[in-house]
Write a protein that binds this ligand. Structure first.
Ligand code: 13P
Ligand code: SF4
Length: 307
């Protein structure tokens, strides 16, 4: 049996499912039950009847799955797979930030630890950040940890001041406005699709800005044939694969060669097999943190946005 067959057999025996973020190494899709962005995967985590969830993603994503499914065993294939942006804020920094702006609600990007979520008012993802902030009906909000997603939200909403913490994604910041301009010169008919974690000056140059899953859906539906993808390489790889397998006749290019999130690429099929076989790398969260952090995510899931 090859590794894929071995994983699939173990999954059946143990009633396990595998949730995979679209920045993962593409071969992991072969054993995955769901592949998508943070919001989609957190919803699927909440719905599943599986006994074990393997989260092929980064640490905060596995933590979010555990928050939504506390009775299930949630395993991370490789404990080194953490999000650099989420590590830029801890509870102490957040309390300091809040104390500078008393009484202003805190919107917390899902790319954050359970501890940070527990200290925040409502969660959001890249696909619903604008509608979540809008739903609060506030003149000012605090936004953590991603300063660029926060600025993107402010740009898209009239009359809301979004005060951002100074976190950022090192991978998305490597996509500079000149990369977009140069790539457009090379592919003049291409549409540029960008993730809102990019610098606002980069995102402004895009034809469409959205979460990873939104970018993939947009590309599939669009009549254009050539696309420049301003987000992590996993998205470009999956789009090219699907275009080939399903005869879309479309081509997808990255805007530079640096758009790789090294932490997202830590998980391998061997790691998945190993954690599923031995049931190791289990995510645990104390009850106190879990209750508060879950409330923060539940508010998002229940929000009228329903995106
Ligand atoms: P999505 O919310 O689009 O899945 O993005 C998560 C992420 O880590 C982007 O860098
Ligand atoms: Fe975190 Fe950036 Fe990697 Fe996404 S791409 S997991 S935000 S470091």
């Amino acid at each position: 049996m090859n590794i894929i067959e071995k994983i699939n057999k173990l999954k059946r025996e143990k009633n396990a499912i595998i949730l995979t973020h679209c920045y993962q190494n593409i071969e992991i899709d072969e054993v995955s039950d769901f592949v998508g962005d943070s919001l989609y995967l957190s919803r699927e985590a909440a719905k599943t009847n599986a006994d074990i969830i393997i989260f092929a993603g980064v640490y905060f994503m596995a933590q979010s799955a555990k928050l939504l499914s506390p009775e299930k065993k949630v395993l991370l294939p490789n404990m080194k797979s953490g999000c650099l942006m989420s590590d830029m804020i801890d509870v102490e920094n957040l309390r300091k930030f809040k104390s500078q702006y008393p009484g202003i609600p805190v919107v917390c990007y899902i790319n954050s630890t359970a501890e940070v979520k527990a200290e925040s008012d409502i969660c959001c993802t890249s696909s619903n950040a604008v509608s979540i902030v809008k739903s609060l009906n506030e003149q000012k909000v605090l936004f953590v940890p991603d300063t660029y997603l926060g600025k993107w939200v402010e740009k898209n909403l009239k009359n809301v001041e979004v005060i951002t913490y100074n976190g950022y994604c090192p991978t998305h910041l490597k996509i500079r406005p000149e990369d977009i301009n140069n790539a457009r010169k090379k592919y003049p008919n291409a549409l540029v699709l960008a993730h809102p974690e990019c610098h606002v000056e980069t995102a402004k140059l895009a034809d469409f800005v959205g979460s990873t899953k939104e970018i993939m859906e947009y590309a599939k539906k669009s009549d254009s044939k050539t696309f420049l993808i301003a987000t992590e390489k996993g998205v470009t790889d999956r789009l090219n694969r699907d275009s080939k397998n399903e005869n879309w006749g479309k081509e997808f290019y990255g805007v530079n060669d640096n758009t790789i999130c090294p932490n997202m690429k830590q998980n391998s099929l061997e790691d998945i097999y190993n954690v599923l076989l031995n049931e190791i790398n289990e995510i645990t969260i104390s009850e106190n943190i879990r209750n508060k952090a879950k409330e923060c995510i539940d508010k998002m899931l229940l929000s009228g946005s329903k995106k």
